[in-house]
Design a protein around this ligand. Structure first.
Ligand SMILES: Cc1cc2nc3c(=O)[nH]c(=O)nc-3n(C[C@H](O)[C@H](O)[C@H](O)COP(=O)(O)OP(=O)(O)OC[C@H]3O[C@@H](n4cnc5c(N)ncnc54)[C@H](O)[C@@H]3O)c2cc1C
Length: 447
């Protein structure tokens, strides 16, 4: 295989994210002050990239490095045989999608792009010897390492909500068995039951996610258990697309009336949950105690465990990086992308992780080839469904300034129109875009 030139790369890059990354490269001045020397690496002739985590960030980076320069050997280390997307997992609750439709195999990455897939877990990163050590005792050497391990949780910050308890009362914030369990619990719930959702403090994976989950559960309950109720007990006073969600809930779930199916209690109204008693299925919020039939606590979050043990995190619990390359500002030659990284204005979303991964992939290829890293830009769109036929979104384009800070480009994004009565058709169109987005992004990551 040969290196693709820029025109060919653009041709093969089907999503807006890749196109954005490259078009920005063409339009902006080149970066001159790279954090690391490039030529010495090139001279050593090592051609190996290791990637930790075969989720959105890791899988995208693997594919795009191989597309940009197939002389580079890429090994993707991921314990799971297939990847289950978190995005779309709320839709399974509402019966819009099958659980099996969330699962994606690594076959195309292996066979079409020549990525070496290793089903194992990294337990240690040795930056001096530039190697990782896996649970099965393998040593893998790298010239550049990309770390995309997703999130881990602050257990017991809500007293009583431990990892062990989460197997019975699922957070379902890493899609898989816990998603299935939450759905089984909702199916088993009586008509007239109460569901509690407790979203975490910022920052966390998928800012609109808990509220889309409330919407999808409400859609299911409205059809099957209409006397039931969802209480959102929030650690915050606002949330992503709040106006749009509240309007959607008013229209479809009686929000704000005596018969509301969804009630949202923000921190300012003492909604924050402090403690959980699993035996009595009771949460203790600042306003007092509340019993429920199904309880979905989504704990506060931090970078995936390996980022902590490797020393890639700072006091925030997330990983600081140089944004033009996503190289760690703590450990040279190690790049961190996706939810685990500190990404300025970019949200912790799958779309953002995909966009970051492409920028990182091109930077890694440039650094390994002794070329200059170009100035990138990023794109993010987050769709949410209020009902299967009612979608809303937030979209933004991001650039990086000379201080290496990522900023949202004025006028280059926004949220759906909020006057839904006047533009009801847009909500249907956005629901269709949401489903198409799922197909496009998973094709871009895995196929
Ligand atoms: C309910 C829900 C709905 C969502 N909806 C949307 C949406 O509509 N749009 C959107 O853009 N985003 C959405 N997201 C967010 C999106 O899923 C995440 O932002 C995205 O998955 C982040 O990618 P990542 O690569 O950082 O982490 P992940 O995709 O979680 O991948 C991390 C991978 O690393 C592996 N790993 C961890 N540690 C190790 C180790 N030591 N060794 C080897 N492998 C390891 C894990 O097994 C995992 O496969 C949603 C999230 C949730 C929970």
């Amino acid at each position: 295989m040969r290196i693709l030139n820029r025109r060919e790369f653009l041709k093969y890059s089907l999503t807006a994210g890749a196109a954005m990354a490259l078009s920005a490269c063409e339009n902006m001045p080149e970066q001159s002050n790279q954090p690391l020397s490039q030529n010495t690496e090139h001279a050593k002739g090592r051609r190996k990239v290791v990637i930790i985590g075969g989720g959105v960030g890791g899988a995208t980076a693997a594919k795009y490095i191989r597309k940009a320069d197939a002389r580079i050997e890429v090994t993707l280390i991921e314990p799971k045989i297939s990847y289950t997307t978190c995005f779309g997992s709320n839709w399974v609750v509402a019966g819009i999608k099958d659980f099996a439709g969330l699962e994606h195999s690594y076959q195309d990455l292996r066979e079409k792009y020549g990525v070496k897939i290793l089903h194992d877990s990294v337990t240690q990163i040795d930056p001096d010897k530039r190697k990782v050590i896996t649970q099965d005792g393998r040593n893998l050497y790298f010239e550049r390492l990309i770390v995309s391990p997703g999130i881990d949780f602050h257990w017991n910050e809500i007293v009583g909500y431990t990892e062990e308890v989460s197997y019975e009362f699922p957070h379902a914030w890493q899609a898989g068995e816990q998603t299935k369990l939450l759905i089984r619990q909702l199916h088993a719930m009586r008509n007239g039951g109460t569901v509690i959702i407790a979203p975490p403090r910022d920052p966390f994976r998928c800012p609109p996610g808990p509220y889309e989950r409330a919407s999808m559960i409400a859609h299911y309950l409205k059809q099957h258990k209409p006397r039931s109720k969802i209480l959102i007990l929030d650690a915050k006073d606002s949330f992503s697309k709040r106006t749009l969600f509240l309007q959607g809930w008013e229209k479809t779930y009686g929000y704000g009336t005596d018969h509301a199916m969804i009630e949202w209690i923000p921190a300012a109204q003492d909604g924050r949950v402090l403690q959980f008693d699993p035996i009595n299925k009771t949460v203790y919020a600042e306003f007092g105690k509340q019993k429920a039939d199904v309880i979905n606590i989504i704990p506060a979050q931090k970078a995936g465990q390996i980022a902590h043990s490797a020393g890639l995190t700072d006091e925030t619990g997330w990983c600081p990086v140089h944004h033009r390359t996503w190289e760690s500002s703590k450990i040279p030659h190690v790049h961190v992308i996706g939810d685990a990284s500190i990404a300025g204005g970019l949200p912790k979303s799958g779309y953002a992780a995909n966009s970051e991964a492409k920028v990182c992939a091109l930077a890694v290829v440039a650094l390994m080839n002794g070329q200059q890293v170009r100035v990138p830009s990023w794109i993010n769109t987050c769709y949410s469904l209020v009902t299967p036929l009612y979608g809303i979104s937030v979209a933004m384009v991001y650039k990086v300034n000379e201080k290496d800070e990522i900023y949202a480009v004025d006028g280059a994004g926004g949220v759906s129109q909020s006057d839904y009565d006047g533009v009801a058709g847009n909500k249907l169109a956005e629901a269709i875009y949401a489903k198409n987005w799922y197909e496009n992004i998973t094709a871009d990551i895995f196929h």
